[in-house]
Design a protein around this ligand. Structure first.
Ligand SMILES: [Zn+2]
Length: 297
C-alpha cells in the first residue's frame, strides 16, 4: 500500500513536471543495493554513517538528506560507498527521506529513496549561574560578539572535496567527558542557546590532540569561546577546540591525528579549565561523542 502511494506521488510529480521523460524511476526493492546505518537508532545530534553496498556496475553515488548534499566516497577494494551525515541537534524527531542517485554503467542514473527515522535525544535543561558582566553584555561587547559570530559562521560553510581524515576519530584530551551536548541552558534564570559540544575536564596546560588528520582553518581569541581553533577534515566535517590556554598551530597548517595542537585552559566564558570539543558536519551541530563510536577504518 505504502509503495503504491509512493508511486502515485511520483506520478503526480511527473504529471506536473510536463517533461515526463526526465522523471526519476523509483526502484523500491533494487537487489543490487543494500543500505545500512550506524547507529541503527538515529538520534538528534548523531553523526550518521551511511553504507551502500552495490554491484560492480555502480561507479558512483550521490545523495541528499535534509535538502543537503551527502558526499559519498568509495571504500577501497570493495563495491561499497560510505558517507557521513550530520543530524543537527534541533532536527525535528520524525521520518525523513534519504534520496540516492546511483550511476549505473549500463542503465545510467538509478534513483533510490530510503526512509530514516530521527528520534528525540531528550536533551536536559542545565541551570547555570555566572557573573552578571559575563552574561549581560554592554554595547561594545555585543558588537564584538556579533562580529566574532559572523567570522566563525563562515568557517562552518567550508567543504573540501574528499576526506582528509585518516581512520577513526580519537578523543582530543585525556580526561573525563561531561556529555552535556545539546543541553538547553538557562543562565541566571534566562533561557540561552543550547550547548553544541561536549566538555572534557582536564587541568590547565594538558595537551590537546588533533582528533584526526586535517588542516587548521581558524585560530582566534573570542569573547565566549576564548582561545580556539578549528580543523577541516574534508567533506564538510570540522572539529573545534575552545577555551584553550595556548594554541600551538597556525591557520593553513596541515595536522596529523594525535598531534599536539594546543593546551587546555579556561579562556573566554568558562567556569574552570576544560576543553570544549565540538563538531560541525555540513553545517549540522553534532555530538562528538557519537563520532568516537564510529568505525571509519
Ligand atoms: Zn562547552
Amino acid at each position: 500500500m505504502k509503495t503504491k502511494l509512493r508511486h502515485w506521488k511520483h506520478l503526480l510529480v511527473c504529471l506536473t513536471a510536463i517533461l515526463p521523460l526526465f522523471c526519476p524511476i523509483s526502484l523500491p526493492a533494487n537487489p543490487i543495493v543494500q543500505v545500512s546505518f550506524t547507529p541503527e537508532t538515529i538520534k538528534q545530534g548523531d553523526v550518521l554513517l551511511i553504507t551502500v553496498k552495490t554491484g560492480p556496475e555502480i561507479h558512483g553515488i550521490s545523495g541528499t538528506l535534509f535538502d543537503k548534499t551527502i558526499h559519498f566516497y568509495r571504500n577501497p577494494g570493495q563495491d561499497a560507498y560510505t558517507a557521513l551525515a550530520g543530524i543537527d541537534l534541533n532536527t525535528d524527531p520524525k521520518r525523513y527521506n534519504l534520496s540516492l542517485s546511483l550511476e549505473d554503467k549500463s542503465s545510467g542514473i538509478i534513483k533510490k529513496d530510503v526512509e530514516i527515522q530521527v528520534v528525540s535525544a531528550h536533551f536536559r535543561t542545565q541551570q547555570l549561574t555566572l557573573p552578571k558582566e559575563k552574561v549581560d553584555l554592554d554595547e561594545e561587547t555585543l558588537k564584538r560578539v556579533n562580529l566574532e559570530k559572523e567570522e566563525i559562521d563562515k568557517i562552518w560553510d567550508i567543504s573540501t572535496a574528499g576526506p582528509l581524515w585518516d581512520g577513526n576519530f580519537i578523543k582530543p584530551v585525556e580526561g573525563v567527558i561531561d556529555d552535556n551536548f545539546g543541553f538547553r541552558r538557562v543562565i541566571n534564570g534566562e533561557p540561552r542557546s543550547p550547548h553544541t559540544g561536549i566538555d572534557i575536564d582536564a587541568p590547565e596546560g594538558t595537551p590537546v590532540y588533533a582528533a584526526n588528520q586535517g588542516r587548521v582553518v581558524f585560530t582566534g581569541d573570542q569573547f565566549f569561546s576564548g582561545k580556539g581553533l578549528v580543523i577541516d577534515h574534508g567533506l564538510g566535517l570540522l572539529t573545534m577546540y575552545f577555551h584553550l590556554s595556548e594554541i600551538l598551530v597556525t591557520a593553513g597548517e596541515d595536522v596529523r591525528k594525535g598531534q599536539v595542537i594546543a593546551r587546555v585552559g579556561k579562556t573566554g566564558r568558562a567556569t574552570g579549565p576544560h576543553l570544549h570539543w565540538g563538531i560541525r558536519l555540513n553545517g549540522a551541530r553534532v555530538n562528538p561523542a557519537s563520532m568516537l563510536g564510529l568505525s571509519l577504518e
